[in-house]
Each structure stands twice: as structure tokens, then as C-alpha cells.
Design a protein around this ligand. Structure first.
Ligand SMILES: C[S@@+](CC[C@H](N)C(=O)[O-])C[C@H]1O[C@@H](n2cnc3c(N)ncnc32)[C@H](O)[C@@H]1O
Length: 201
């Protein structure tokens, strides 16, 4: 992949087995961090600029959004980002390899506020299993949302899960605030929590 001009979209050959992450990045030995539902990519680009020795995978299901992010990444000349157009629940539960991810960023996941739509939410018990399976020892999951009931549900699930320990919440630098966070900043309370994957001795 030409580092300056080529699309950063990654289209794996096989959508059934574990993703060959090593084939996606020019420096596969570097840690991989995943932005779930990367949206318009403000966080992803700022974070990748700040940490050039980390590989970032942005997962987003909307093709139009992903293409826009792709153009921004190419313009910025960032070679440590790859973009996967995919449903993130499936990607996490079925495609990411065991112990392959150093951090997940799950910022402003769709809250599906109506009770009859709660099944569409990303977070549930199998999703916690998938996070635990795919995180490296010591790897972290960072969550932010403006939706208080969904925040309480996510935080409670991870707090009661012995595979995770709570750590101080991730605080983005100003340039790392996501597009959705900028919409709500100063207008709504934003819940943040972070957890580290632990392995019992
Ligand atoms: C509320 S927006 C937040 C975007 C970004 N994280 C931010 O904070 O600005 C949620 C994003 O996640 C994407 N999304 C929601 N559910 C998804 C899923 N199951 N798989 C992949 N992307 C998803 C949406 O298309 C949207 O871009």
C-alpha cells in the first residue's frame, strides 16, 4: 500500500475466520487499538497522529462515513490507520483474533433508547465475552456516552465482570474529542469509564 496516496480501507479476503491483522499494517509487530463505530474519524485521526507507533483499526458500518474518513486519512498521510467497513458486533465476536487488541475505544455507541430496540445495542453479555477474548493481557476498553441509562448498564456489566478491573476513565485531549462529543460538550453530561483486562494468577 502506497503510504501517501492509497486508500486505507482494508477488505480482507476471508470474512469468516480470524482476521489476519498482521497483513493489514506495514508494522504488524506494533500494538493494535480499535475504534468501534469510528464515525467521522475525528478521534481516530488525532489519536493516530499522536501515537505513530501504534496501529489503529477503525470499524464503521456506514460506507459513506468510512469513505470520508478514508479520504481524510489519505490526505493526512497517516499510515498507521486501517478502516474496516463492518458491523462491529460481528467483527468483535467473530473476526478479531484472541488476545490481539491493546485497546478498544467505544465512544458514543448508538443508545437505541426505546425499550423495544435494546436488542440492537452493542453491549450485552456476549459482547463482554468478545472484549475479554480479544484484549491482550492488560489491554483496555474505554467507553464514553451521553446516554446515562446506557452508561449505567455498560459500567455495571464491566464492573461485575471479574475479567476486568476499573481504571481511571480515559480523558481525551481537546483534539481527540469525537464529533459526537463536540455536539454535546457543555450541554449534556458525558459518562466515561475504562477497564483493564486482567487474568487471574
Ligand atoms: C453516535 S455515532 C458515534 C461516532 C463516533 N464514535 C463519535 O463519537 O463521534 C455511532 C457510530 O457508530 C456506528 N455504528 C453504530 N453501530 C454500529 C455497529 N454495530 N457496527 C459498526 N458501526 C456502528 C454508526 O454508524 C455511527 O457512525
Amino acid at each position: 500500500m502506497n503510504p501517501v496516496t492509497e486508500s486505507r480501507r482494508w477488505i480482507p479476503d476471508d470474512w469468516l475466520g480470524p482476521l489476519p491483522l498482521a497483513e493489514a499494517f506495514p508494522h504488524p509487530e506494533r500494538p493494535i487499538e480499535v475504534d468501534i463505530g469510528c464515525g467521522k474519524g475525528r478521534f481516530l485521526l488525532a489519536r493516530a497522529r499522536r501515537f505513530p507507533a501504534v496501529n489503529f483499526l477503525g470499524i464503521e458500518r456506514l460506507l459513506g462515513r468510512l469513505r470520508k474518513v478514508d479520504r481524510k486519512v489519505v490526505r493526512a498521510g497517516l499510515d498507521n490507520i486501517r478502516l474496516l467497513r463492518m458491523e462491529a458486533y460481528y467483527a468483535t465476536t467473530h473476526l478479531l483474533p484472541d488476545a490481539s487488541v491493546s485497546a478498544f475505544y467505544i465512544f458514543f455507541p448508538d443508545p437505541w433508547p426505546k425499550a423495544r430496540h435494546h436488542d440492537h445495542r452493542l453491549f450485552n453479555a456476549p459482547y463482554c465475552d468478545a472484549l475479554a477474548r480479544t484484549l491482550r493481557p492488560g489491554g483496555a476498553v474505554h467507553v464514553a456516552t451521553d446516554h446515562a441509562p446506557y452508561f449505567d448498564e455498560i459500567a455495571a456489566a464491566l464492573r461485575s465482570d471479574r475479567r476486568f478491573e476499573e481504571i481511571p476513565p480515559f480523558e481525551p485531549a481537546p483534539d481527540e474529542r469525537t464529533d459526537f462529543e463536540l455536539l454535546y460538550l457543555g450541554r449534556r453530561e458525558i459518562g466515561r469509564c475504562s477497564f483493564r483486562r486482567i487474568f487471574s494468577r
